[in-house]
Design a binder for this molecule. Structure first.
Ligand SMILES: Nc1nc2c(ncn2[C@@H]2O[C@H](COP(=O)(O)OP(=O)(O)OP(=O)(O)O)[C@@H](O)[C@H]2O)c(=O)[nH]1
Ligand SMILES: [Mg+2]
Length: 533
């Protein structure tokens, strides 16, 4: 199957042309539905990789590109969002694979700030799972159009009609099947494409590393029953008729408004159904449009904002990369931009296109692109960079820490590396560091949204900074910053409360429960407390 060229009408080479051919989307779902596997297979079909790796790979097999961090590979889960840029059939694809685990969901929420559409992956056996529901709601709130890929059809799962009902009743969005599974579980063979009236059957390849060969048979072809088996043929005819009569045609405008989601079936593991999905995804997913803040991508003024920071992706360089989503205008290397938060101009000398941990220098970029800019500490989450007048920073989601632990550096000789590691991890926005204001207690206290982040900190400090640490859990559940000014230093510290300062020396108190926060607030109604800084 070959993909028709991108439906770009604007004059070739211009800004409008570049925008029209861009597709920037995130893949989201509950853990384990198959986001990273689907990502890997989309890379394979887009020709960005020659052989597909696996999430849990055998000794001499490659890993999936988007799970590049050592702990991701060890545990077979995604921890941090990956950006992958590729060129295919005239389209420029910016794909963001996100972690599903709720302990890392802050990163996923931030990534959703940077995309124009989302692919929601469902495990056919589990349907809509809690984290999928949460992420779906974020997309809905932000008016991000959603495509649905029902994965793991090679395993026994729920009935397709039941899955569609579940999407409709739980998510309150109308599912429009674009294709239909032929067989299921071990007998899953492929999909029937409603628009083309064709059955696409796939064959497995060695370790699913290469594209699955496809054979195409028309629905009316007299040989179809013999090819797919009588039972599958009868079932397909019945269901196709039923769905034809249901009258749910795909309506692009309703899709753009988030009222319908086109649904595709497949098995990312076996590569079944991935190619027709990629083809439709590129056609249906919207190009960059005016964003919520009203920035017009077609403007002459360049603008982009930082939605993610990641240190040490490239172990040769060991630098920190700020992920910038280009919103408008044309980015050029060495461009001087206004850095609104710092109120100064900065030159963007080194910018890269990203492919998970790999990167390549670029000279230009356009709206929709996610570019990596080396961050010597100048950029923070939410920073807006523009060649025009100052635009306000973008509100990047931040979740309050709920778990706290003292971090003990077991190797005093590596104190500097320990401090550098902590600062850089905090800059990424995955952890918060609290210190004793008196300086008496040496171990910093680490605050995280989800407990798995403690393991990430331990593993990254070891792998990336060569520092061995131990954590000692602390009995706190919430942190509150004091908003009122000077007098705040003399706030009464009640039992169960710990006074700290954050990295900017701002006073912050740790409480062992929400109840204690309320109690404290009752006793000190004049003290203004904030949950997030
Ligand atoms: N049988 C079957 N297994 C699959 C399929 N797709 C993925 N898997 C397996 O499901 C497990 C999880 O897959 P991942 O791709 O890591 O899932 P994920 O959604 O990226 O998970 P997180 O990033 O941790 O949220 C792995 O063991 C995959 O091999 C599929 O189509 N069929
Ligand atoms: Mg993953």
């Amino acid at each position: 199957m070959t993909l028709s060229p991108s439906p770009v009408t604007a004059a070739s080479g211009g800004l409008a042309h570049e925008i029209a051919r861009r597709r920037t989307f995130a893949i989201i779902s509950h853990p384990d539905a198959g986001k990273t596997t689907l990502t890997e297979k989309l890379l394979l079909y887009a020709g960005a990789i020659d052989l597909a790796g696996a999430v849990r790979s055998r000794a001499n097999q490659r890993h999936a590109a988007s799970d590049w961090m050592a702990m991701e590979q060890d545990r077979g889960i995604s921890i941090t969002a990956s950006a992958l840029e590729m060129e295919y059939a005239g389209y420029r694809i910016n794909l963001l694979d996100t972690p599903g685990h709720q302990d890392f969901s802050e990163d996923t929420y931030r990534t959703l700030m940077a995309v124009d559409s989302a692919v929601m992956v469902l495990d056919a056996a589990n349907g809509i799972e809690p984290q999928t529901l949460k992420l779906f709601q974020v997309c809905k709130m932000r008016h991000i159009p959603i495509l649905t890929f029902i994965n793991k059809m090679d395993r026994d799962g729920k009935e397709p009609l039941e899955l569609l009902d579940e999407i409709e009743s739980v998510l309150q969005i109308a599912p429009v099947p674009m294709n239909w599974p032929v067989g299921s579980g071990p007998w899953f063979q492929g999909v029937y494409d409603f628009e083309r009236n064709e059955v696409l059957r796939f064959e497995r390849t060695d370790h699913n590393e290469t594209r699955a060969p496809i054979s195409v048979t028309g629905l009316e072809d007299p040989g179809l029953a013999a090819v797919i088996g009588d039972a599958a043929w009868q079932e397909l005819r019945d269901q196709a008729e039923l769905l034809d009569g249901a009258g749910n045609e795909f309506d692009p405008e309703r899709f753009a408004r988030g009222e319908v989601t086109p649904v595709f079936f497949g098995s990312a593991l076996n590569n079944f159904g991935v190619e027709p999905f990629l083809e439709s995804l590129l056609k249906l997913a919207p190009p960059p449009d005016a964003r919520a803040d009203g920035v017009d991508p077609l403007s002459d003024v360049f603008s982009g904002f930082v939605f993610k920071i990641q240190a040490n992706m490239d172990m040769k360089h060991r630098d920190r990369i700020a992920f910038v989503r280009v919103c408008s205008g044309r980015f050029e290397r060495d461009m001087v931009v206004n850095h609104a938060r710092l109120g100064k101009k900065v030159r963007l000398g080194r910018a890269y296109k990203l492919f998970a941990r790999e990167r390549q220098p670029i000279d230009e970029a356009f709206p929709g692109d996610v570019i990596g800019v080396v961050n010597p500490g100048t950029f923070a989450l939410g920073d807006m960079l523009t060649t025009g007048g100052n635009l306000p920073s973008v509100e990047i989601p931040r979740f309050p820490s709920e778990h706290f632990a003292a971090l003990v550096n077991t190797d005093i000789a590596r104190y500097k590396q320990f401090q550098r590691g902590l600062n850089q991890l905090e800059e990424e926005g995955a952890v918060q560091i609290f210190n004793d204001p008196s300086g008496l207690r040496r171990e910093p206290i680490l605050g995280v949204v989800g407990e798995l982040q403690f393991d990430v900190v331990i593993s990254r400090l070891r792998d990336e900074y060569g520092v061995d640490v131990r954590i000692e859990r602390q009995p706190y559940e919430c942190a509150r910053w004091v908003e009122s000014d000077e007098g705040k230093a003399r706030i009464p510290v009640l039992r169960g409360m710990l006074a700290c300062v954050d990295r900017n020396q701002k006073p912050v108190y740790l409480f062992s429960s929400k109840w204690e926060v309320d109690y404290f607030q009752g006793q000190n109604p004049d003290v203004k407390l904030a949950e997030i800084q």
